[in-house]
Design a protein around this ligand. Structure first.
Ligand SMILES: Cc1cc2nc3c(=O)[nH]c(=O)nc-3n(C[C@H](O)[C@H](O)[C@H](O)COP(=O)(O)O)c2cc1C
Length: 199
């Protein structure tokens, strides 16, 4: 198989495009779309978001030291895109889109976006200036999953959340489940049962 060499770039794909919500000192909320977000540690639970210093949200997150990561479902996608192409510096994006906020445990100011499948309340621990972007490394201090995605035994069913992915400038719906952690070594019985449950 031959390959075409390109200049080094940020083509890691797919990634989640998430809404990162925050608020100013008067509690006025804002959100920006972030595709460069990632899990960086499980114990303690930590994530990173990479944000250009020029973004309005950069100042809000730097001064408050907190933000909420909202996972995004298909029905939120136009809001996600809008919050990624308009700045809170020029007006209230959330009101413009009819997006509502809810309070999130552990956050003094940063709200969650109502209806998002999951809210991760994050407190900033380190900021690493990297060049075009600053990397905010944050501890997840609260985690909330929409009630309809949790079963009676506490199992989380993100397969029902209609989550989306972002790849090279295009938003996608997630397709059908192809396997699960460890499926390559699972017994035929477990494989059948788990895959059936994921349908
Ligand atoms: C799909 C998508 C992904 C984006 N990812 C990032 C990102 O990872 N980091 C960043 O700084 N900006 C990113 N942006 C751009 C910001 O969301 C955009 O500049 C936004 O208007 C900033 O809002 P603010 O000025 O209210 O903070 C992305 C935009 C889109 C549409």
């Amino acid at each position: 198989m031959d390959y075409v060499s390109l200049s080094p770039g940020t083509l890691l794909s797919p990634v989640p495009a998430v809404l990162v919500s925050c608020a100013d000192e008067n509690g006025r909320p804002n959100a920006l779309t972030v595709a460069w977000a990632g899990t960086v540690c499980s114990d303690p639970p930590m994530v990173s978001v990479s944000i250009r210093p020029g973004r309005y949200s950069h100042g809000l997150i730097s001064s408050s030291g907190e933000f909420v990561i909202n996972l995004c479902s298909e029905d939120m996608l136009a809001d996600v895109d809008y919050c990624g192409v308009r700045s809170g510096r020029d007006g209230d994006k959330l009101s413009a889109r009819g997006m509502e906020c809810v309070s999130v445990e552990g956050m003094a100011r940063a709200p969650g976006i109502a209806g998002a499948p999951m809210h991760l309340g994050c407190r900033v621990e380190k900021v690493l200036p990297l060049g075009s972007h600053d990397l905010f490394i944050a501890r997840i201090v609260s985690l909330r999953v929409r009630e309809d995605l949790v079963d009676k035994k506490g199992g989380i069913h993100l397969e029902k959340a209609r989550l989306t992915a972002y790849s090279h400038g295009v938003y996608y719906a997630l397709g059908k489940a192809l396997g699960f952690f460890g499926f390559s070594v699972a017994s035929p019985d477990v494989l059948r049962r788990r895959m059936k449950a994921l349908k």
